[in-house]
Design a protein. Structure first.
Length: 279
């Protein structure tokens, strides 16, 4: 497949049930909320999950989480040096980086390394993702827990350690994003790459289970994938994103599942999305 020729917008609905959607390290790792109580999931968090899915699907990525590092490099500088050598030309460096790593030609990357492979350049990627916000305010619940860990069998039993777990009782979040053709042309982002992003979004929480997000607690309810018939788009991204309407069936109730919401699509003349159920 060739370089992407048509603008793409997408909207994903994410449900969370008894899960810490995105913990805030500056607030005791409580799920992120705004001042009005609406739940939040940062774009950085979403991109991390997409990168993990890229890796699961067999694609080479540059920014790997520590627990998923599979190439023996302990830093981004080492990984870049192994791939780029002592390349100094910024245009060639950017081209090679985009060819080597899917996440670089997708999201872009800042390379700022000193030493033998000193280089400083920024690559703008075609895929942009908004911070996800819940449709309704979310209820945060906390649970006190204790941990007992004996690191050495010769020692006496260590005392229990007190702690807390925090989670969203239920929340329905909206993820919005777009793929820009002009930037895709610069990074070499292809139609095939767009299909990978679509699959990553559809399966966003596969292999993402943890004590904070047990299997089944996070789900892609629906993914709306809008592919325009031109480079600049038939409508603005804002118009496309607004065409997905999500509202409580009864404003007075506290939502407990996605069934408490109505999900409707406002027709846009000439632009019909592909609608998928997540895995």
């Amino acid at each position: 497949m060739g370089v992407l020729q048509n603008k793409i917008d997408f909207v994903a609905l994410v449900s969370a049930h008894m899960a810490n959607v995105n913990g805030d390290p500056l607030n005791g790792n409580r799920p992120r909320t705004d001042y009005n109580g609406f739940g939040e999931m940062s774009d950085v968090c979403i991109k991390r999950k997409i990168r993990n899915r890229m890796q699961d699907l067999g694609h080479s990525i540059f920014v790997k989480s520590e627990d998923r590092c599979d190439d023996g490099f302990s830093s981004l500088k080492e990984r870049a040096a192994a791939q780029m050598g002592k390349e100094k030309d910024k245009d060639i460096y950017a081209q090679k980086a985009c060819e080597a790593w899917l996440d670089v030609r997708t999201f872009g990357q800042v390379f700022a390394f000193k030493g033998n492979n000193e280089v400083s350049l920024g690559i703008r990627g075609p895929v942009s993702i908004h911070q996800a916000v819940s449709v309704s305010p979310v209820e945060i619940q906390s649970m006190q827990i204790t941990k007992s860990v004996n690191g050495d069998s010769s020692e006496k039993r260590s005392s229990d350690t007190m702690g807390s777990k925090h989670f969203v009782r239920f929340g329905l979040y909206i993820v919005k994003g777009s793929i820009n053709v002009q930037l895709a042309e610069k990074t070499g982002f292809t139609e095939e790459d767009a299909q990978v992003i679509k699959e990553c979004l559809r399966t966003l929480f596969v292999n993402d289970a943890s004590s904070a997000r047990p299997d089944g607690s996070m789900e892609i309810v629906k993914l709306f994938w809008f592919q325009h018939n031109c480079k600049d788009g038939q409508y603005s991204s804002a118009t496309v994103h607004r065409s997905v309407h999500v509202a409580l069936k009864e404003e007075s109730i506290l939502p407990e599942s996605v069934d408490d919401y109505t999900i409707e699509l406002e027709p846009l003349d000439g632009l019909v999305p592909e609608i998928m159920v997540g895995l």
